[in-house]
Design a binder for this molecule. Structure first.
Ligand code: NDP
Length: 277
């Protein structure tokens, strides 16, 4: 292959859609590149990254904090998240950014037409994905963010890191019945992989509520079925976020933001199949 090399690192990585997405963006914009997936864990990530010859990289589970730690420079949004999903080569080192949160916000506001301003938001989970999206939701102008996590200390830590005690609140799972109705519910847990989600009170959602699961496909089915049963008008999986965060990474590397709608449609089984080069 010609052109510059890019890669996504994580475990497991074989199911990653990122190589297909970036190949589609490359064809669309006429930029020559080669984007591969590389299996790596905490122990071998740094060595594999160095050996890859990549000009840029995406980083997924469980390496976003490892990536943060090896950057010589990080963006403000990456520092607020404490996690890096996008590495940009800088001489013999790396700059780190995090496009997950903006990816989610763009999917919700531009693809699905939601207005996030003054909205009351429930964030389930306090892991890497939750930390990535919380700052972007706050920047989008929501009125309140309730972070609810199985391990309450992690919810506390996330809320503290946002530095906005008036707008961000941490709660344990047992507090859910008392929280009232939310405009937007975000499932940022990895439940279904790590066991079923505990039962959610129907009163959390109503006819004006929207729900999004950051996972996609089979992993998102249970939460989205609950959301529809609870009356949510929008129930979306994380495929849109995945494509949007990829487009933001592409913009950082190549200086051009690709069209995301055709790629989203293809991954969603609606548009033309993505040609695999
Ligand atoms: P982490 O492992 O960092 O965090 C997992 C979170 O899920 C923790 O808050 C954990 O709670 C919670 N959790 C796990 N199992 C259960 C359960 N049975 N009941 C309740 N809570 C549970 O994972 P990530 O944050 O990196 O990823 C979360 C999800 O987001 C994944 O499905 C991932 O695929 C998706 N994602 C999607 C992206 C996209 O572009 N669409 C981008 C990034 C992630 P506790 O702290 O108590 O262990």
């Amino acid at each position: 292959p010609m052109g510059k090399r890019y890669a996504v690192f994580g475990t497991p990585i074989s199911h990653s859609q990122s190589p297909r997405i970036h190949a589609a963006f490359a064809r669309q914009t006429g930029i020559e590149l080669d984007y591969v997936s590389i299996e790596a864990g905490h122990d071998d990530f740094a060595a594999k990254l160095a050996a890859s010859g990549a000009q840029g990289a995406n980083v997924t589970l469980p390496l976003k904090e490892d990536a943060f730690a090896l950057c010589r420079e990080t963006s403000e949004r990456a520092r607020r998240a404490g996690a890096v999903n996008t590495l940009i080569r800088d001489g013999d080192g790396w700059r780190g950014d995090n496009t997950d949160g903006l990816g989610l916000v763009r999917d919700l506001t531009e693809r699905h037409g939601l207005d996030l301003r003054e909205r009351r938001v429930l964030l389930l989970g306090a892991g890497g994905a939750a930390r990535g999206v919380a700052p972007a939701l706050l920047d989008a102008g929501i009125s309140a963010l309730f972070v609810v996590n199985r391990t309450p200390e992690r919810a506390d830590a996330l809320a503290d890191a946002m530095g906005e005690p008036g707008r961000v609140h941490a709660r344990g799972w047992d507090a859910l019945p008392a929280l009232g109705e939310f405009d937007l519910l975000v499932n940022a847990t990895s439940a279904t992989r790590g066991g079923a989600l505990p039962p959610l009170p129907m009163a959390l959602a109503g006819l004006r509520s929207a729900a999004v699961d950051l996972s996609y496909g089979e992993a998102a089915v249970a939460f989205l079925a609950w959301a529809r049963a609870a009356g949510c008008t929008h129930a979306m999986d994380g495929l849109g976020m995945l494509v949007e965060q990829a487009a933001e990474s592409f913009l950082l590397w190549h200086g051009v933001r690709p069209e995301t709608d055709p790629v989203y449609a293809a991954l969603n089984g609606q548009g033309d199949a993505l040609v695999t080069a």
